[in-house]
Design a protein around this ligand. Structure first.
Ligand code: NAP
Length: 314
């Protein structure tokens, strides 16, 4: 397993991490423990969860239980800001909310520090300085080690980096955004901003919810029990477009010619990009973790990256 520094920090994370949004939802505690054990066995050290995953809070709770005494060997990344209930007091990036949300996450995770605390989504009604100052206080109090953001745009990344620099506050070291071979929209603005400010990308939906694993076939019924069959139909409709089927089939050809699978390209391509810190694919079974870690070891050559560019820019 390769480990990479996150942003310009000293924190090293496995190039394949694990997304925990199945925990508490599609994975009960036993299934969560099996996925966590397989991840640790494979050298994964980054576990990405959020307060809202599960039914709210359950993913953090299961992750904490599954890790047990191995907590000190891993990087726990969690998030705040998405609504945890009705009304303005249970969401956002205000000082008042962040301090409470952090205490709640620490309790559910059964730990006394969070390695990477991420703003899940921008809060346009709270000044970024207030959010950064509250996070800086949590870092100084020893409750949080590093901070990151999610679903920020390029200008938000630059604004936050500038405020942190001029106000001498802890800077964001990671940006978590939707990024895969069927959605490369972050490359226009976010990636250049992150490169400029020393922020690593943590791609979410790297497998487009499983579409890029090859288990879905054009014109055929979906396999039983898979995510896109059990999640609301809008999700599948958004992903299963003619354009995306064309990309998938092009990538399958590309992979087969080189003795690989489309899953290998989906993860290996992201892992080959220097601006990516860790590919945090979700998993529901231990075998998926093993395959995903293996896929992350494929480093595409410059020629292969150029060919993938042609296929995936359709
Ligand atoms: P994803 O990684 O694109 O897809 C995960 C799904 O792909 C799994 O649930 C599993 O589907 C399938 N899968 C994974 N490995 C497989 C394999 N080797 N073979 C076959 N199928 C495989 O989507 P994601 O889990 O939603 O995203 C990754 C992580 O990003 C999340 O867990 C979460 O931590 C984070 N996230 C963040 C945000 C945000 O706003 N910041 C939004 C979404 C996600 P089945 O369920 O069908 O087995």
């Amino acid at each position: 397993m390769e480990y990479r520094h996150l942003g310009r920090s000293g924190l090293e994370v496995s190039v394949v991490g694990i997304g925990c949004n199945n925990f508490g939802r599609r994975c009960d505690l036993d299934a969560t423990t099996a996925v966590v054990n397989a991840s640790l066995d494979a050298g994964v050290n980054l576990f990405d969860t959020a307060d809202v995953y599960g039914p709210a809070g359950l993913s953090e709770e299961y992750l904490g239980k599954a890790l047990g005494s191995r907590r000190q060997d891993v990087v726990i990344a969690t998030k705040f800001a998405s609504p945890m209930g009705e009304g303005p007091m249970r969401r956002g990036g205000s000082r008042r909310y962040i301090i409470q949300a952090c205490e709640d996450s620490l309790r559910r995770l059964g730990t006394d520090y969070i390695d990477l605390y991420q703003v899940h989504q921008p809060d346009g009604s709270t000044p970024i300085e207030e959010t950064l100052r509250a996070l800086d206080d949590l870092v100084r109090a020893g409750k949080v080690r590093y901070i990151g953001h999610s679903n920020f745009t390029g200008w938000m990344t630059s604004e936050a980096a500038w405020v942190a620099k001029t106000e001498h506050l802890t800077p964001f070291i990671s940006a978590q955004n939707n990024y895969s071979l069927i959605d490369r929209s972050v490359e226009a603005e976010l990636v250049p901003a992150c490169n400029k400010h020393g922020v690593s990308i943590l791609p979410y939906f790297p497998l487009a919810s499983g579409f890029l694993t090859g288990k879905y076939r054009r014109g055929e019924p979906m396999p039983e029990g898979v995510r896109l069959a059990v999640w609301p139909a809008q999700m599948a409709n958004r992903i299963m477009t003619d354009r995306n089927w064309d990309i998938l089939e092009g990538l399958e050809n590309f992979a087969q010619q080189r003795g690989h699978t489309v899953l290998d390209v989906a993860i290996g391509w992201l892992a080959s990009l220097p601006h990516v810190g860790s590919v945090i694919a979700g998993a529901t079974r231990p075998e998926q973790v093993v395959d995903n870690v293996k896929a992350g070891s494929w480093k595409l050559t410059a020629e292969e990256l150029a060919e993938v560019d042609t296929i995936a820019r359709r």
